[in-house]
Design a protein around this ligand. Structure first.
Ligand SMILES: Cc1ncc(COP(=O)(O)O)c(C=O)c1O
Length: 373
């Protein structure tokens, strides 16, 4: 990359699985003068973003943009797609790590009947396992939705979305398939339309490489049909309200205008790179990280077939001093993610998403290697 096309004046320093370093021009876009949110300029910005989001989510349907983090859309998905318990309705949540556990807690917190199907951390749901769980939960025909975290950021497990979507459609055709792609959207292939994902939600601060604060979700027509039958959708997250405003090219509440300006820069960058090229770049980052780890005696916490394209969890060789590594990295101005939740102190996570390149990983690995003596 020549200095004129460099994305960052200072090299990226965050190798977390989000938030990630945001290119300078996308950071600077937040400093542009503001304008009214009921203005032609906002309508123009909103329209430009909507058109690009549909391309990045690979969908012909709508993409909602909300001023909140991704957890907000986890809650919105439940509020709009799952009817209240007195109707007999329920939702299956597939849990295999910290963020799928959160979605379970969100659904329970919204007062819905939740069927939890759980696997040990670092394991992945296969289409067969999901089909069996869904069939079992739908014997009364009252299964409203199935929630899956595509890329479990807490473990580094990534699921076969297309296969699981087919399995759910066959086992329970009326159940909506709700997907959290918070740490994978724009970092690996996700085709919301072709794969019939009813909701696919993400956060701005991960593979999109935008500052935190926006939640973005592609939503199918089936979701809107369901929402019309659901009581207690609330207001801020009511998809029917969002839809009515979207039809007029705007939002019910004040959008996070500065963040949307930043998002536009990144969407243009992503489309200019090309989706397939971007997905391939992330695959290279993943493969490079895993090969380096094996060569240096680290253990991979997730087997190849379920390995995430955007985050790799590693455990050190015997006698490995995690604290010393973190101190050495901090002294160089760099950081990796710690083990998540119950994994804290046992493993660490390398985020390789957004605008990172192989050379950035090389800089990181050199410092980690200096700790192996
Ligand atoms: C897979 C996944 N889901 C949900 C969340 C929560 O997203 P947010 O922090 O944007 O609310 C995260 C955050 O890291 C995540 O990785």
């Amino acid at each position: 990359m020549t200095p004129e096309t460099a994305l960052f004046a200072d090299d990226p320093h965050m190798f977390f699985p989000g938030p990630v370093d945001v290119p300078d021009d996308a950071m600077a876009a937040q400093l542009k003068p503001l304008f009214g949110h009921r203005s032609d300029r906002m309508d123009e910005l909103f329209g430009a973003v909507q058109e690009r989001l549909r391309k990045v989510f690979c969908t012909d349907s709508r993409v909602y943009l909300l001023a909140c983090s991704g957890s907000g859309l986890q809650e919105a998905a439940i509020r709009n797609c799952v009817r209240m318990p007195h109707t007999g309705a329920k939702v299956v949540v597939l849990v295999c790590g910290g963020f799928s556990q959160r979605w379970h807690d969100v659904a329970a917190g919204c007062g819905r009947t939740v069927v939890k199907h759980e696997l040990p951390w670092f394991e992945a749901f296969t289409p067969d396992v999901v089909a069996a769980a869904v069939e079992q939960a739908n014997t009364d025909g009252n299964l409203d939705a199935v929630c899956l975290v595509h890329n479990e950021t807490s473990t580094g497990v990534m699921h076969n979305l297309a296969g699981i979507s087919d399995a759910i459609r066959s086992a329970a055709p009326n159940a909506l398939f709700l997907v959290d792609a918070v740490s994978s959207l724009a970092g690996t292939e996700i085709r919301c339309g072709d794969w019939q994902l009813d909701i696919c939600l993400t956060s701005s601060q991960k593979a999109l490489a935008v500052p935190p604060g926006l939640a973005i979700g592609a939503v199918s027509d089936r979701v809107l049909e369901r929402a019309a039958e659901v009581e207690g959708r609330g207001w801020y997250f009511d998809f029917l309200n969002l839809e009515a405003y979207l039809a007029r090219g705007t939002t019910p509440a004040t959008p996070a205008i500065s963040l949307v300006q930043s998002l536009l820069i990144q969407l243009d960058r992503i489309l200019e790179e090309g989706l397939e090229v971007r997905w391939q770049r992330h695959r290279h980052l993943r493969d490079f990280t895993r090969q380096w780890a094996v060569d240096r005696g680290f253990s991979l916490c997730v087997p190849d077939e379920h390995a995430s394209m955007t985050v790799t969890t590693l455990a050190g060789p015997r006698g490995w001093d995690l604290n010393a590594m973190n101190q050495r990295l901090a002294a160089a101005g760099l950081a990796v993610g710690s083990g998540y939740g119950k994994e804290k102190g046992k493993s660490f996570r390398i985020g390789h998403m957004g605008e990172l390149r192989i050379d950035d990983l090389r800089r990181l690995f050199e410092i980690i290697e200096s700790c192996t003596g």
